[in-house]
Design a protein around this ligand. Structure first.
Ligand code: HSE
Length: 314
C-alpha cells in the first residue's frame, strides 16, 4: 500500500487479526495471526474526517466521525492532551481480516488508530497504555491484547484495569481457520451463554487453560490434545454454528492437536504443529465437514504473528 501523502503527520501501520479464547481461555486468552489489516493515517489540523477503505467488508465501514478508527484516534488525542491541535484525519484502510467472524476485525481498527496516532505524536504512550485505551474502547482485552503485543496473550481484568502476559509458543504452530459464509454477532453469541456455570465445568476449563499455556510456553506438544477443549461457552454456541462438533472432529481426525470456535465465531480454528505438514489436509476436512451441513466455507492457513501492531513507515 502506497502512502497517501508525504508529510510528518502521516504513518502506515499493520495490525494482525486475532483469535480469542483458544478453546478454554474464555475472555482471557488470545493469539495474533498472520492475516493483517493496514492503516495509512494522516492527522489533520482541520476538522475534516475522510475515510477511504478497500478490501474485505470495506463497503460497510462507517465513514466520517462514526468510524471506529477515528474514535480510537480521538481517544488517544484526548489522553495526551492534543485534541485541540489535531481535529481531523485522513483514514485510509486496506482490510484482509473477515468481518464479524471472530477474527478481531474491530480490534484491528481500534489498535491501528491508536498505534498510528501515537507514532505520529512521537510515541508518548507505551504498549501498556495503548492496551488500556484499546480495552476501554473494545470493552474486553482478549482480542486487542494479541493485536498489540503479538503471540499468545493471557489477560486479567482487575477493578477495570488490565494486566497482560504475552508469550511466543515454543512449538511452531499452524492455525487453520474455516471461515463460513455467515456472520455471527458477538452480542448474539454472548446472549446464549448462561449466567452461572457448574463447578465441574469451571474446573474443566481452568485445568485446560492452565495446561494450554504451560504446554505452549514449555513446548510440550504431547500435552496439547487435552488442552483446547471447553465447557464454558462452546456447548451453548454450538447451535449458532451448524456442524461445529463435526468440523472439530474432522480437524482432529485429520491430525489437528485441537480445535475451537475463534472468538465468538463464526470461524472455527484448528491448531497443528508446523512440522506435521498436515495443515492442507486439516483445512480440506474442515471445509468438507461444514459442507456436509450445507455451509460454504473457505480455509485460511495462518501462522502465529510474533510482533503485533507494527509501524511500517512514518
Ligand atoms: N471472548 C469473547 C467471546 C470474544 O467469546 O465472546 C469476542 O470478541
Amino acid at each position: 500500500m502506497k502512502k497517501f501523502t508525504d508529510n510528518q503527520n502521516c504513518t502506515l501501520v499493520r495490525v494482525p487479526g486475532t483469535s480469542a479464547n483458544c478453546g478454554p481461555g474464555f475472555d482471557c486468552l488470545g493469539v495474533a495471526t498472520t492475516i493483517y489489516n493496514y492503516l495509512d493515517l494522516t492527522l489533520l489540523r482541520t476538522g475534516r474526517v475522510e475515510v477511504e477503505s478497500s478490501g474485505i467488508g470495506s463497503e460497510n465501514i462507517p465513514r466520517g466521525r462514526r468510524n471506529l478508527t477515528w474514535q480510537a484516534i480521538r481517544r488517544l488525542l484526548k489522553e495526551v492532551g492534543r485534541e485541540e491541535e489535531f481535529k481531523g484525519a485522513i483514514i485510509r484502510t486496506k482490510s484482509n481480516v473477515p468481518i464479524s467472524r471472530g477474527l478481531g476485525s474491530s480490534s484491528t481498527a481500534i489498535v491501528a488508530g491508536l498505534t498510528a496516532a501515537n507514532k505520529i505524536l512521537g510515541s508518548p504512550l507505551d504498549k501498556n497504555d495503548l492496551l488500556r485505551l484499546a480495552t476501554e474502547l473494545e470493552g474486553h482485552p482478549d482480542n486487542v491484547a494479541p493485536a498489540i503485543f503479538g503471540g499468545f496473550t493471557v489477560s486479567v481484568m482487575d477493578k477495570g484495569a488490565v494486566q497482560t502476559f504475552s508469550f511466543l509458543p515454543r512449538i511452531k504452530l499452524k492455525l487453520i481457520v474455516a471461515v463460513p459464509e455467515f456472520e455471527l454477532s458477538t452480542r448474539l453469541a454472548r446472549k446464549v451463554l448462561p449466567k452461572n456455570v457448574a463447578l465441574k465445568d469451571a474446573i474443566f476449563n481452568v485445568s485446560r487453560a492452565s495446561m494450554l499455556v504451560a504446554a505452549l510456553v514449555e513446548g510440550r506438544e504431547e500435552l496439547l490434545p487435552l488442552a483446547f477443549d471447553d465447557a464454558l461457552h462452546q456447548p451453548y454456541r454450538k447451535k449458532l454454528v451448524p456442524g461445529m462438533t463435526e468440523v472439530f472432529d474432522a480437524a482432529k481426525s485429520a491430525g489437528a492437536l485441537g480445535a475451537a470456535i475463534s472468538g465468538a465465531g463464526s470461524c472455527l480454528i484448528a491448531f497443528t504443529s508446523a512440522r506435521s505438514g498436515l495443515e492442507q489436509k486439516i483445512a480440506s476436512s474442515m471445509v468438507a465437514a461444514f459442507q456436509a451441513h450445507n455451509i460454504k466455507s473457505e480455509a485460511l492457513i495462518l501462522g502465529v504473528d510474533k510482533r503485533g501492531a507494527t509501524v511500517i513507515d512514518s
